[in-house]
Design a binder for this molecule. Structure first.
Ligand code: ZN
Length: 94
């Protein structure tokens, strides 16, 4: 994925602990190449996996996205759907 950048002079840093990548000081998600928030990265990865080797400057900061946040969002959607299906069952039984 570095091909598109190969003509440019750039500084690439990779966190040896969690594999996060910074290009010229901007954190990017390795999987997608999209720019990312260091706070989200901390919440999703570094606060759990990172140790003293982690180079994310936001490691240890709360306020980014977390898996709990994402899981909570998805659970909420599932509950909503279950309630809806439950309502339908009530009508079907009558
Ligand atoms: Zn890290």
């Amino acid at each position: 994925m570095s091909d598109q950048f190969s003509d440019l002079k750039l500084e690439r840093k990779e966190c040896e602990k969690c594999g996060a990548i910074w290009i010229n000081g901007q954190h990017i998600w390795g999987g997608t190449g999209n720019t990312g928030s260091e706070t989200d990265l901390a919440g999703l990865v570094c606060n759990k996996l990172g140790d003293h080797r982690c180079i994310n400057p936001m490691k240890g900061q709360d306020g980014g996205q977390t898996w709990e946040y994402r899981a909570g969002y998805i659970d909420g959607k599932i509950d909503e759907r279950k309630r809806m299906l439950g309502e339908l069952d009530k009508f079907a039984d009558e």
